[in-house]
Design a protein around this ligand. Structure first.
Ligand code: FAD
Ligand code: EPU
Length: 342
C-alpha cells in the first residue's frame, strides 16, 4: 500500500468554518481515502501533533490559530446496504454533505430524515451532537457507525446504544473526545413511515400550504421554508446556528420562573425536567439585533450569534460571555455554548 499524505502548512481556515473566522492551522490534510489514516498512524511526526477533525465547520468557533494538524474529512459515497421487513439501511461516508444526503434518501422514496433537512455540515459530524430539529433527532434513524481509533490505529463500530445519544450530546463529547474519527454512518429508514408534525411551526407551515396528508418531501420543503425564514445563511452572514443549548431545568425552577415571567417559553421533557427556550431568555435581556464590535446577535433569532464582518474568535467569545452574564443575573440560568471552541 502506498498512500501519500499531501500535508499543507500554514493553511487558512476562513473558508472552512461557517462563522468565517480568519484563523490558520499549522498543518492541514484533506482525508479523501480512509487508508490515509493508517499512513498517518505510521508517521511519527504527524501522529504526534494535536489534531482537529473537521467536517463542514458549521459547529465550531475558532478562538485562535490552531497549532496542530487539521484532518478535513472529504470521503464520499452513499449506498443502500441492506433491508429487512421494517427498515432500509443506507450508509453514507463522513464527507458527504448532510442536506444533500437527506435529499438523496427522499429521492429514493425513503422517509425518516425529512425534519432534519437543511442542517449544515457533513454526515460524519451528525452523531457528534446528535443533531436535531423540528421534533426529530439523529438517534431516531441511526443504526450504527464505523470510526477510526487514533490510539490503537484500528477501526471499530458502535450501535445506537453505545453512542450514548442525548440532547446535543454523545460519547464523542466525552470518552471518545479527540480519540476517534467517524468514517461512515448507517441509517435505518422505516418502511412504514409516519409524518412527525409535533413541532407547531411544521404543522402551521403545512396548513398554510393546504397539505393535510404530507409525504416526506412535503415535510422537508416545509422545514426548508421555516429554516430559511428564521436562520441566517452562512454564505451571507457568518454563524454557527444556535450558539447556546436550550437549558434543562427542574420542575421547581421552571415554576418559580413562570411565577415571575408568565410568558416564559418552556417544554416538558420525558425526564420530568423542562427545556427553556434560550432564545427567549436572551431576547428578554434585550440582546436581539445588538452588536459588540464585529460580533452580533441575529435580528430574527436571538440564539444565533453572527459575524458582522471581520470578527475574531475572541470578539464572539466576549459577546457570548456578556450574554451569559445577563441571562444568569436576570433568570439565574446558566447557558452552555453549543459549538465546539477550538
Ligand atoms: P464541524 O463544525 O466541522 O465539527 C463539529 C465537531 O464535530 C468538531 O468537534 C469536530 O472535530 C467534530 N467532527 C466533525 N466531523 C467529525 C468526524 N468525521 N469524526 C469525528 N469528529 C468529527 N445543529 C443541529 O443539531 N440542529 C440544527 O437545527 C442546526 N442548525 C444549524 C443552522 C445553521 C445556520 C448552522 C450554521 C449550524 C446549525 N447546526 C445545527 C449546527 C451544525 O450544523 C451541526 O452541529 C453539524 O452536525 C456540524 O457538522 P459539521 O460537519 O459542520 O461539523
Ligand atoms: N424565541 C424568542 N426570541 C428569539 C428566538 C426565539 O422569543 O429571538 C422563542 C420563539 O418564539 C420560540 C422559542 O423561543 O417560542 C424557540 O425558538 P425556535 O423555534 O426558533 O427554536 P430554538 O429553541 O431557538 C432549537 C434548536 C435549533 C433547531 C430548532 C428547531 C437548540 C439549541 N436549537 O432552536 O437548532 O433548528 O430548535 O427544532 O436546541 C442548532 O442547534 O444550531 C439549531 C439551529
Amino acid at each position: 500500500m502506498n498512500v501519500s499524505l499531501p500535508v499543507r502548512y500554514d493553511f487558512p481556515l476562513r473558508d472552512l468554518n461557517t462563522f468565517g473566522i480568519d484563523a490558520r492551522t499549522y498543518a492541514y490534510l484533506a482525508i479523501s481515502d480512509e487508508r490515509m489514516l493508517a499512513a498517518l498512524h505510521a508517521n511519527t511526526e504527524l501522529h504526534a501533533l494535536p489534531r482537529l477533525v473537521l467536517g463542514g465547520g458549521s459547529n465550531l468557533l475558532l478562538t485562535r490559530d490552531f497549532a496542530g494538524l487539521v484532518l478535513h474529512m472529504c470521503t464520499r459515497g452513499t449506498r443502500v446496504v441492506d433491508e429487512d421487513a421494517d427498515f432500509v439501511y443506507v450508509r453514507a461516508a463522513a464527507g458527504e454533505n448532510w442536506h444533500r444526503f437527506v435529499m438523496f434518501t427522499l429521492e429514493q422514496g425513503l422517509g425518516g430524515l425529512e425534519n432534519l433537512a437543511l442542517i449544515p455540515g457533513n454526515v460524519g459530524a451528525s452523531p457528534i451532537q446528535n443533531i436535531g430539529a423540528y421534533g426529530v433527532e439523529l438517534k431516531d434513524c441511526f443504526h450504527s457507525l464505523t470510526a477510526w481509533d487514533f490510539e490503537s490505529g484500528e477501526t471499530f463500530t458502535l450501535d445506537r446504544e453505545a453512542c450514548g445519544f442525548a440532547y446535543r450530546d454523545s460519547i464523542f463529547k466525552h470518552e471518545l473526545r479527540d480519540r476517534a474519527v467517524i468514517l461512515d454512518v448507517i441509517f435505518a429508514l422505516p418502511k412504514r413511515w409516519r409524518p412527525n408534525m409535533a413541532y407547531a411551526d411544521v404543522a402551521q407551515e403545512l396548513a398554510a400550504r393546504n397539505i393535510a396528508d404530507p409525504k416526506p418531501l412535503d415535510i422537508a420543503n416545509a422545514v426548508i421554508a421555516i429554516r430559511t425564514r428564521k436562520l441566517p445563511d452562512p454564505q451571507q452572514i457568518g454563524n454557527a446556528g444556535s450558539f447556546f443549548k436550550n437549558p434543562l431545568v427542574s420542575e421547581a425552577t421552571r415554576s418559580a420562573l413562570l411565577a415571575r415571567y408568565p410568558n416564559l417559553v418552556s417544554y416538558a421533557q420525558p425526564s420530568g425536567e423542562y427545556k427553556l427556550a434560550a432564545g427567549w431568555l436572551i431576547d428578554q435581556c434585550g440582546w436581539k439585533g445588538r452588536s459588540m464590535g464585529a460580533a452580533g446577535v441575529y435580528e430574527k433569532q436571538a440564539l444565533v450569534l453572527v459575524n458582522r464582518g471581520g470578527a475574531r474568535g475572541e470578539d464572539v467569545v466576549a459577546l457570548a460571555r456578556a450574554i451569559q452574564a445577563d441571562v444568569e443575573a436576570r433568570f439565574g440560568v446558566s447557558l452552555e455554548p453549543e459549538p465546539v471552541f477550538v
